[in-house]
Structures are given as structure tokens and as C-alpha cells.
Design a protein around this ligand. Sequence first.
Ligand SMILES: C[S@@+](CC[C@H](N)C(=O)[O-])C[C@H]1O[C@@H](n2cnc3c(N)ncnc32)[C@H](O)[C@@H]1O
Length: 257
Amino acid sequence: MQTVDYKQVPGHWILASLGKRVLRPGGLKTTRWMIEGLDVTGQDEVIEFAPGLGITAQITLRLNPRRYIAIEQNEKAASIVKTYASGANREVIIADAEQVPLPDASATVVYGEAMLTMHPRAKKAQIISEARRLLKTGGKYAIHEMCLAANDIEPELRKQIYKDLAVAMRVNATPLTVSEWEQLLKEEGFKVVKIYTVPMHLLHLPRIIQDEGWLRFGKIAFNLMRNRAARVRVMGMRRQFVKYADHLQAVSIIAER
Ligand SMILES: C[S@@+](CC[C@H](N)C(=O)[O-])C[C@H]1O[C@@H](n2cnc3c(N)ncnc32)[C@H](O)[C@@H]1O
């Protein structure tokens, strides 16, 4: 924890440093919806983009897919995921999901959570296109990201939300509307199959307890009380999430190649 630069580090790493493990906007409930929709079986070859601390990796690995490969750009996160994903047909590759060092048609399932939102539109498109390249025909791709609640949001309000999120989160979080996410997937050659939305309650008390359990919630609260710099950042993010509660949501979309 001493090595964390609490002023500059992206918001998700602040939360992780406090002991939070679930770092996606729709929480574990949305993750479970997504994994159920992907219908992973023992025959599947799965690629997960940006597993972070490996919470979804563990859910997927319990389904015992034929192959599981994680693509994570952060070395520290990758080394944590390696502790879950090791042995035959289990691999963690340190790479950018924009350019994955694997051949075409390597997977039957690709998914990524809370990783597209932080990238500009062109990179979002490139990562989605990479998912398509990696998938076999008929394969499934799922995303779980932040979204803007109204498809007809005022451009000025959108600009303000992006600005406030960037300041609070120290990442250029640019959530799209649900139709824009759908459009992007279609433009990159996917057929959208299912969509699920929930409130953006990442820092909402009942959601934290639901996602982390009481024990870990106690640990996070204790760490937060002891660490003023982290508290300032967490409260700054929470303020924006509360301020824009009517405009922000989480979305998961399942698409087919
Ligand atoms: C907000 S965290 C989400 C982690 C995890 N998916 C979760 O939902 O709890 C973002 C993660 O995405 C990873 N990431 C972001 N962009 C990436 C990219 N282009 N390629 C690989 N990993 C990426 C970061 O390193 C980080 O681990």
C-alpha cells in the first residue's frame, strides 16, 4: 500500500489497494448474468480480456473450460491471476487486448469487464475487432461496461460527465449509451444477442456488501478509515457516481460472431 500514489493512480487501483476485488460497474450479479449467457462448458476455449484481480477468472475456471487464457496489461494483476490460472491449458499473457499475440480463431468465448470504457472510441473499436479476430465463427463475445442511461443524452451533459469522471477516476472514462455500445459491436461484425442493464452502484454500500461480503467490507472500511489520501479519492469518485446516478448505468451485452 505504501507504493500507491494516491493522488494520481486510477480509481480502480485505489479500490484494489483498500481490499476491494470486484471492480466492474454492474457488480457480481451482472458478471453472473454474463457468464450464464456465455454458457461456458468443458468444450470451450475462453479468452478473458483484462481480468484485473481474477474474480471472474475464478468463476469461469470453476466451469472447467478446455482452455482459459487471460490477457492483462498490468503485470501485478497478471501475477495475481496466474495464481488462479496455472497448469495445463491455463495461461496469463501480459499484453494489450488491442493486439493479442494469439492466432485467429483461437477461442469459442471472449469476454472483458470494465476495460473498454476507459479507452477512446478508436481503441474500443480495435479491442472489439481483436475479440472478433480471436473468435471462431459462432463464438460468443461479452462485454460488461459503464453506460449512459439515456440514448438521447444532451451533448453538453455527456461532456460534463466525461470531464467529472476523468478528474475523479484519473482515467478517461467515456461510457457510451446502450445503443452506441450495440452499434460499435455491430460495426465490428457482431450480432447482439442479449442486453442487461443495472444501476451504476459500484460504490453504493449495499452493492459493496453484496459483492465483497461482510468480512471484506469491514476490512475495506477499516483501511479507508486509516488512509486519508485514499478516502479523499474514494469520496471524490462516489460523489460523481451519486451526482450522476440518473445518467450512469452498467451494461452487459452478449454478442455472437
Ligand atoms: C477497472 S479494472 C477491471 C478489472 C476486472 N475486469 C474487474 O471487472 O474486476 C480494469 C482492468 O483492465 C486492464 N486493462 C485495461 N485496458 C486493457 C487493455 N487494453 N488490455 C489489457 N488489459 C487492460 C487493467 O490493467 C485493469 O486490470
